[in-house]
Design a protein around this ligand. Structure first.
Ligand SMILES: Cc1cc2nc3c(=O)[nH]c(=O)nc-3n(C[C@H](O)[C@H](O)[C@H](O)COP(=O)(O)OP(=O)(O)OC[C@H]3O[C@@H](n4cnc5c(N)ncnc54)[C@H](O)[C@@H]3O)c2cc1C
Length: 293
């Protein structure tokens, strides 16, 4: 579908997934960006403002989630591929972040952006069917944004684990080298037991991530598992990197060592692709089967 929309995937070096908006972060069902179908030209016309978008405005291809029928909330939304060079899509403000500074984050402005009908992911026939079913009171799963997050959460968790492991390994190495009171600091149980806990938590989070990824690769639903993996991995990354700073002492607080950067980088894993609280909320709904607000 994507290839038919914008040529060959080789044309694209960077991609952006545009969901969040100034007034719709955790509450994805309240998106204000609209998608209007122009029957005369078989084009979709997108209007709105996206915010916090990784690679926003510099990506070759942007995938935009927009409301086709705002009254239907998340069930009235669809995803559109915006091919490279499409008129009307531009970068807004660029954000200056506390961490992951090598990653570009910016607003994406959509002003009468016209994309060919074939750039609607899933196709119009299926969308029309889904909208008709929802309008008739029938059941339909939320659209592609949620499904995309289900598949990306294990890989986002894996990134968090990578940062946690880097910080842990660095702190362990430093602890073996740095001597105080006539011995390596790691020979103190206060440091060694801390590192033992960090190693154990990382391993636990890593297996949650691996299990969620394995389930996804088998084509099985990974909803709760993916959420749990991402929640745990984010928390472990924040905790492990903070503890690594502690193991280095003053050296952990300055730029000469990478742990202060990993500490700043790790925090995003509690925030993007669904905050810590939103992961908890959806896990709570999945395990209880109840409507929890
Ligand atoms: C560096 C960076 C990169 C990003 N990249 C992208 C991207 O590529 N594409 C994209 O679409 N978005 C992206 N985001 C946006 C990110 O997904 C949102 O920031 C995130 O979903 C939270 O939305 P918000 O910031 O509006 O916070 P809000 O929704 O305003 O939440 C604020 C606080 O309230 C809490 N909260 C909200 N609702 C509830 C509730 N019902 N119960 C309990 N607590 C609640 C949240 O957990 C949070 O702690 C990025 C963000 C950052 C910072």
């Amino acid at each position: 579908m994507a290839a038919a929309c914008f040529g060959t995937p080789d044309d694209v070096k960077l991609a952006a997934f545009c969901v969040s908006e100034p007034d719709a972060g955790s509450d994805v069902s309240s998106l204000r960006t609209t998608a209007r179908y122009d029957e005369a030209t078989d084009e979709w016309v997108l209007n709105g403002t996206k915010t916090w978008i990784t690679n926003g405005g510099i990506a070759g291809v942007h995938v935009v989630v927009a409301a086709v029928d705002r009254e239907l909330g998340a069930k009235g939304q669809a995803s559109f591929v915006v091919p490279p060079g499409t008129k009307g899509l531009s970068q807004g403000a660029k954000f200056h972040k506390m961490g992951i500074r090598a990653s570009h984050t910016a607003e994406v402005l959509l002003d009468e952006v016209r994309v060919p009908g074939r750039c609607l992911l899933g196709g119009k026939e299926k969308l029309d069917e889904r909208l008709a079913r929802v309008r008739g009171g029938g059941h339909a799963r939320s659209q592609a944004a949620m499904k995309t997050f289900e598949t990306t959460r294990p890989s986002v968790g894996a990134q968090a684990i990578g940062i946690a492991r880097a910080a842990y390994e660095y702190a362990l190495g430093y602890g073996k080298e740095r001597r105080q009171f006539g011995r390596p600091i790691v020979e103190n149980q206060g440091v060694a037991f801390l590192l033992a806990d960090v190693a154990t938590e990382i391993e636990a989070a890593r297996w949650l991530v691996r299990r969620a990824a394995w389930l996804g690769a088998q084509g099985q639903a990974t909803r709760a598992e993916g959420l749990m993996a991402k929640l745990k991995a984010g928390r472990v990354a924040v905790w492990a990197t903070e503890r690594a700073v502690q193991v280095l002492g003053g050296a952990g607080y300055v730029h000469d060592h990478p742990v202060e950067r990993w500490y700043r980088d790790a925090k995003i894993y509690d925030i993007f692709e669904g905050t810590e609280q939103i992961q908890q909320l959806v896990i709570a709904r999945a395990i209880s089967g109840m409507r929890i607000e």
